[in-house]
Design a protein around this ligand. Sequence first.
Ligand SMILES: O=C(O)CCC(=O)C(=O)O
Ligand SMILES: [Fe+2]
Length: 197
Amino acid sequence: MKETIAEYGAKLEKLSFKLLELISLSLGLPGDKFFDCFENQLSLVRLNYYPPCPSPDLALGIGPHKDPCVLTIVAQDDTGGLQVKNNSVGGWVPIEPIPGALVVNVGDVFQVWSNDKYDSAIHRATVNSQKERYSYPFFFFPGHDIMVQPAEELVSEKDPAKYKPYNFGKYYSNRTRHDFNKEKVAGKEIHDFKISD
Ligand SMILES: O=C(O)CCC(=O)C(=O)O
Ligand SMILES: [Fe+2]
């Protein structure tokens, strides 16, 4: 099991660097623009298990949230339950499982790096009354020591930075503390670093 997870993580890390290169190029940035940020990376694989729930309309597997990482790559079984919020269609859109397909989600760090050219989607996971569900996300995290801020190539007088720089490790520990203690702390969402227009 341990070896399988390590192998899965290593393969998805490699895929994440490739995707990051392509997404960076899509913004006109050098493909390796952000590679240095992963020197002490905190990437991880999580195994999610959602048991069947007798009242799925009264419970959620994971409530609405944005992932705090750079990218998330999710493998899911055939039960279904992942949903993404899409304001243009006015609600929650199911991400139907496709055999052999991975779901790729842009996280908050890339939203900031791209100065809002990419959006980190709000998503949640519902539960099912009949079937259990497993999902296996890989979270591609930068190092704790980096400062996250919009890429200088994407910032100009006409298009100023939309976020103040923030230290990733400090922000991530604030956020984790809040998630476990439900404490009210500042600096746990990228919104807290937004520069108002
Ligand atoms: O179970 C899923 O499909 C997604 C889980 C998720 O959003 C997360 O672990 O951050
Ligand atoms: Fe998530």
